[in-house]
Write a protein that binds this ligand. Structure first.
Ligand code: C2E
Ligand code: SIN
Ligand code: SIN
Ligand code: FE
Ligand code: FE
Length: 378
């Protein structure tokens, strides 16, 4: 909480025009190239703060579905939400008008709840609505505590902030849309994975566990948090091709004949065929995983018989997560194995069925994986 207290903020003189230009140039290039919503919001908040010499600046975005204003980044503050019709931000938004306040605590519209949460003291405030390209309200820009000696925001501040808002509006709209699309993709992918799972009557949380294990393996292998999250989101689809396998094979209580097994093996090619046309990153990753999760390190897997690092890292990771979960679970054709037996199999198959480095990673983070197994037990 320490950095949240406003201990004697340093006072500043109003900026000269060339200083403003320098700030604008700096942020224009950052904002134009930023696709990530969180970072974009941070750049916009920074730009607003630097331009009008506010101590803090934040962007509150309107979430219509939940009738809330939310902000991902305010200076020194984590994600916050508030009802869309409370506080100064809510007022500016509902009325579509700018608000100047000299002392927030003397204004009945001010909602001191956020100060109470953060330990910050709000005094002067400037809030302006942000409109999208169609003139609809997307949210508000809110600046708090002017750092000049007189301590109040002026008309010029409003004009500068409006300029900053209209400049960033387009980047913001497109980042919001990307986020919406990505969220939708995640939901669709997870639902499709569940459909595949229910078709093959496998244990309820299998796709969820495979997703969680895959993320842990990816992180501990050294992939970035972002890529690890991508694997987590995409891996529930690994067996989507099973939707095309006839019931009498899929649900056969005993061992499959050679012919039945080769029909079953088609699920990886079928899944790939369903997913491969998309250009979206998540679906492309899901396609790779559906295709390659039964490849083996020594080249004896299917469908392509890829060997070693020719198997995509997503495929190598999901293979371990999937087989681990298959072995420690009951299947229609087998009982769950004891953990010791499972661990022995992974040790024996190190460098044969599985990437040896990933087996090491798997053994190293076994505790974490077992905790997830409990958390997502059926
Ligand atoms: P699954 O049951 O989810 O198994 C996924 C993978 O875990 C299997 O891929 C295999 O690599 C591993 N696995 C599962 N059970 C065992 C086991 O008892 N011993 C060993 N060493 N590994 C095991 P695989 O073999 O390519 O099979 C793909 C899918 O084909 C399986 O998914 C399952 O749906 C089906 N399947 C495989 N064998 C049989 C069978 O004998 N009977 C039936 N009904 N289905 C089978
Ligand atoms: C308000 O808008 O009234 C409170 C929000 C804040 O202080 O950040
Ligand atoms: C499933 O994903 O529904 C279980 C079968 C497998 O992992 O291959
Ligand atoms: Fe599979
Ligand atoms: Fe599976």
């Amino acid at each position: 909480m320490h950095e949240l207290q406003n201990i004697t903020p340093k006072l500043k003189e109003e900026l000269a025009p060339e200083q403003m230009l320098r700030i604008i140039f700096h942020y224009v290039s950052l904002i134009a190239s930023e696709k990530d919503l969180d970072r974009l919001l941070l750049h916009m908040a920074d730009m607003g703060r630097d331009l009008i010499l506010a101590d803090r600046c934040s962007l509150w975005l309107f979430d219509k579905d939940n009738h809330q204003l939310w902000t991902r980044v305010a200076h020194g503050v984590k994600a916050l939400t508030m009802p869309a019709d409370t506080g100064l931000a809510g007022y500016a938004m509902m009325k579509n008008e700018a608000i100047f306040i000299e002392d927030a605590y003397r204004d009945p519209r001010f909602n001191p709840e956020i100060d109470l949460k953060t330990g910050y003291h709000t005094q002067s405030v400037l809030v302006i609505p942000i409109l999208n390209q169609n003139g609809e309200i997307m949210g508000v820009y809110q600046a708090i505590n002017k750092l000049t000696p007189d301590g109040v925001f002026k008309l010029q501040d409003m004009n500068l902030l409006s300029l900053a808002a209209s400049y960033s509006g387009k980047a913001l709209e497109s980042a919001l849309l990307d986020q919406e699309i990505e969220q939708t993709q995640k939901e669709i992918i997870f639902t499709m994975g569940e459909i595949g799972e229910s078709r093959s009557k496998e244990t309820g949380n299998h796709v969820k566990r495979v997703a969680e294990y895959s993320k842990v393996l990816a992180l501990n292998y050294g992939l970035s948090p972002k890529e690890s999250e991508l694997i987590k989101v995409a891996s529930p689809m690994h067996d989507i091709g099973k939707v095309a396998i006839p019931d009498d094979i899929l649900k056969k209580p005993g061992k499959l004949s050679d012919e039945e097994f080769s029909m079953m093996q088609a699920h990886s090619e079928i899944g790939y065929g369903l997913l491969k046309e998309s250009n979206r990153q998540i679906l492309r990753s899901a396609a790779i995983i559906a295709h390659q999760h039964h490849e083996k390190w020594n080249g004896t897997g299917y469908p392509q018989g890829l060997k070693g690092e020719a198997i995509h890292i997503y495929g190598r990771i999901t293979a371990i997560a999937d087989v681990f979960d298959a072995l420690v679970s009951d299947r229609c054709y087998k009982k769950a194995w004891e953990l010791d037996r499972v661990i022995n199999l992974f040790k024996e198959e190190r460098g044969i069925q599985f990437d040896p480095k990933l087996v090491e990673v798997f053994l190293d983070c076994l505790d974490e994986i077992l905790a997830l197994k409990e958390e997502y037990a059926d």
